[in-house]
Each structure stands twice: as C-alpha cells, then as structure tokens.
Design a protein around this ligand. Structure first.
Ligand code: DLL
Length: 425
C-alpha cells in the first residue's frame, strides 16, 4: 500500500471516497442536511476533484453534535471512544469500530517501522493514557509489530528515568516538550550512557528542527515527527520515515488537500495553507473535508525510501494560534527557531502578550543555561540584545526579552502551553 503507484492509489482513493460519502449521507442526518443545502449528493462524486464540491467539517460541527451524533454506525458497533483535549468547553468525541481500531494499529505500525522500530525493541510510552488518543494509539500499533510496550503514561518524571534505566526501553514515545524535559533530567543526572534508547517517536504538537536536535543529543536517539488528530483517528495520519524529508500521509486512508484559509480555495501542491483531510475508510466517525487549522504544504514527489504517498511538511503553526501583534503575523514556531540558535539559553521559553494602552507587546521569557550570567550585567545585556535583534530581523517586530534563572519556567508533561495571552485579561 505504501509504495503503490500514484495512479493506482488515486483509483483506490476515489472508490473509498465514494463509499465514505454514501455512508455519511445515508447514516448521518446532520451531514445529509449539509449536503442537501450545498446541492450535492453522493452520485455527484465522479472524480477526486469533485470532492471540492462537498462542504467542510469543522470542530464546531463536532461540538454541535456532542457527544456522538455524527457517528455513522449504531452504538453496538462502537468498541472505543476517545475525546480531544479541548481547552475550552466540551471536548470533541470520537468513536472507533473494530475495523477502525485495526486500521489505526496498522497505521501506527507503519510509522514505527518507517522510523526504524523492530520487534526486538521495547517502548516506553510517556504520553498520558486516557481520553487523549496518543498513548493508546501508539500502544496498539507498537504491539502489532511485536514491540514490548511499557505503558508508563506521562508525569512522575523521576520514575520515568528509573524505568528508562531498569527496563532498558529502546524507543521513547512522548510529546517533544516532555521529551525535552526528560532529556534535560537525563543530562543533569549524567545517565545517558546507562540508557539503551535509540529511537524517539514524537508527536501531538509541533517541534522545530533545533528543538529536535537538542532532544536527540540529550537522549542519544533518532527522532521522528508524527502527526494526527483525534477527529481523524488520532496519531497515524502522517509521519516521517528515516529520511526525514516530510511526513508521509497514509493516503490509502486519508485524502489530504491544502486550502487558502481565507478564500477556502484548494491550492496546488507545494503551496502553504491549511490542511484539510477527508477520511476514506473510517466507519464509526467518517469525516468529510475536516478543516484541521494546521498550516502545512504537500509534496507528491516519491521519497528516497520508496514510499509514494504524498509528504506533508512539518506543521509550522495553526491558523488559530497565529498571533497578530501590532498587525504582524507571528507563529510561535518562528520564535522557537530563533531561540534554538542561541547557545547561552535553554529550550524552555514562554511568550507573554499584553496590551499597554492600545499597543500590543510581546514578552519572550527564556531560561539561561548558566544562571550566574544574571550577575554579569554586561554579558546579560549582550545576550538579551542579541536575541532581541535577531527576533526583530525575523519577525519585523520589537520584543522584550527576559532572561530568567534555569528551572523557573514550568515544564510540560504533555503538550506545552507556551503562549500566555493577557491582552483581554
Ligand atoms: O495530538 C494526535 C496525536 C497524538 C498525534 C500523538 C501524534 C502523536 P489531538 O489531541 O486531537 O490529537 O490534537 C491534534 O495537535 O491539529 C495539531 O495542531 C497538533 N499536532 C499533532 N501532531 C502534531 C505534529 C493528537 N506532529 C492537534 N506537529 C493537531 C504539529 C501537531 N502539530
């Protein structure tokens, strides 16, 4: 499936799309009403291009149908329910049939094998077990390969290190921000040589190349970036192979488009925009044209690994986490890239937005590696100014840079919350 010629793949996608659209139309009244309002029916889908005629699905559609009204199968066929980690209001709820579970495991197994995981490996899963799809998703997929799985969950970092030394896992599964925290603890404890870790399967949030390098150095691993979202299946939508030149989208199960988030027009391959994904095989919760809000681009060229599925760039931000400061569009990942180049500071930072009068200000709080610099005024000012100038040239925006003591910025055990927006507080 992963190396299928693209022509053949497109035929398979069309067949699966037609099937999905019919199932949605027949079984989900809310979706049928949306199709009817848009004047389109399953019979109109004669080619993959016809997909553009179908209405989008958004997080609001899921919220309006809370908890399970978008399910396309009766409850007796549902074997698992997860929910997204919504920060406000009710979570969005997602369901799986036995077949969905089987596909999910297969997709995770693919990602792990693409990263170099083998049956002899042992994996420490440091994603939080619960409604979040990350832990269970990776768990099932790694078991499918024959990996010995340690369901560690997140948190209790001292114990994570103990298990890491005693059970000798070779694979670490975590969010990049938790991995950076664990890596830092490993470095401080001077136990890197005692670990057998060799591969990191990371995902659930973005991570710049600079951040990845730091994690790899601290833990002595090779790490891949894996993308997904609960609404579509969870992890398993796309992931890097060992060549690490884009994330292969599992195109036999998902159809990916990039749209202009303003006009909603589909953009050609190569252009950057909002990722929109249609599930092609999901049974319990099939999703048509889901607006992920994640910003990326697609590359259909075959990869050196031989896989033919389209590669997605790493996600550079979400259209809804783009900060607009004094009219300038800023993605937190741009700031992270700048910070990662500076040798005197560590990987922990926080962005604080305030409104002073009518003006927005951006404060960048970042930890020094060596706290004694705080007592060396001219050195401190030198580092601060260097960062401020570099940020100004990249963002075109003035920032206030605060260098703080090591270990003072809150560590994350799941997805990091790096932006604190106090503008409407
Ligand atoms: O985070 C699924 C997942 C778990 C993927 C573990 C990979 C590994 P949600 O909690 O629904 O699902 O959050 C989905 O997280 O729309 C992105 O904004 C972000 N995200 C997930 N993976 C990545 C990634 C899981 N590799 C939302 N890079 C998505 C950047 C990511 N952002």
């Amino acid at each position: 499936m992963e190396t299928m010629p693209r022509e053949e793949l497109r035929k398979l996608q069309l067949e699966r799309l037609q099937n999905t659209v019919s199932r949605v139309y027949d079984n989900v009244p809310y979706e049928r009403a949306k199709f009817d309002a848009a004047g389109v029916s399953p019979a109109d889908i004669k080619s993959l291009d016809d997909l553009r005629r179908l209405p989008f699905t958004t997080k609001d559609d899921l919220r309006e149908n809370y908890p399970c009204d978008l399910f396309a199968v009766p409850r007796r066929d549902v074997v698992r329910i997860h929910a997204s980690s919504g920060t406000t209001g009710k979570p969005t709820v997602v369901g799986y049939t036995r077949h969905d579970m089987d596909v999910w495991s297969e997709l995770i197994a693919r990602l792990a094998v693409a990263a170099g995981v083998v049956p002899e490996d042992t994996a420490q899963i440091s994603f939080g077990y619960g409604l979040f799809t990350g832990a269970f998703g990776l768990h099932q997929g790694l078991e499918r390969i024959g990996v010995a799985v340690i369901p560690m969950s997140s948190g209790n970092s001292e114990k994570q290190l103990m298990i890491m030394q005693d059970f000798e896992p070779t694979v670490l599964v975590a969010t990049p921000s938790y991995a950076i925290y664990l890596g830092e603890m490993v470095r401080k404890a001077g136990i890197r040589d005692k670990l057998k870790l060799r591969i990191g399967l990371f995902g659930g949030e973005g991570c710049t190349e600079g951040m990845r390098r730091k994690i790899e150095e601290d833990l002595g691993i090779f790490a891949t970036d894996n993308y997904g979202m609960s609404e579509l299946i969870g992890p398993g939508v796309s992931g890097e192979c060992s060549h690490r030149c884009g994330l292969h989208v599992a195109e036999d199960h998902f159809f990916a488009e990039i749209i202009d988030p303003e006009t909603c027009e589909t953009l050609p391959y190569g252009e950057v925009g909002e990722l929109v994904i249609t599930s092609l095989t999901k049974e319990a919760l099939p999703i048509i044209r889901y607006r992920t809000r994640d910003i990326a681009s697609l590359n259909p060229e075959p990869c050196a690994c031989g896989r033919t599925h389209v590669r997605m760039s790493r996600v550079t931000g979400r259209s809804d986490d783009m900060l607009i400061i004094k009219g300038v569009n800023v993605f937190p990942s741009q700031i992270e890239s700048v910070l990662m180049e500076i040798t005197e500071i560590g990987p922990h930072y926080q962005l604080v937005l305030r409104r002073e009068g009518f003006l927005d200000t951006l404060e960048v709080n970042v930890e020094l590696i060596d706290g004694s610099v705080l007592e060396q005024y001219s050195k401190l000012i030198g580092i601060q100014e260097g960062i401020r100038k570099r940020l100004h040239s990249v963002l075109g925006l003035d920032t206030k840079v605060n260098l703080v003591e090591p270990d003072t910025i809150e560590r994350s055990q799941g997805k990091a919350k790096r932006v604190i927006d106090l503008r409407n507080a």
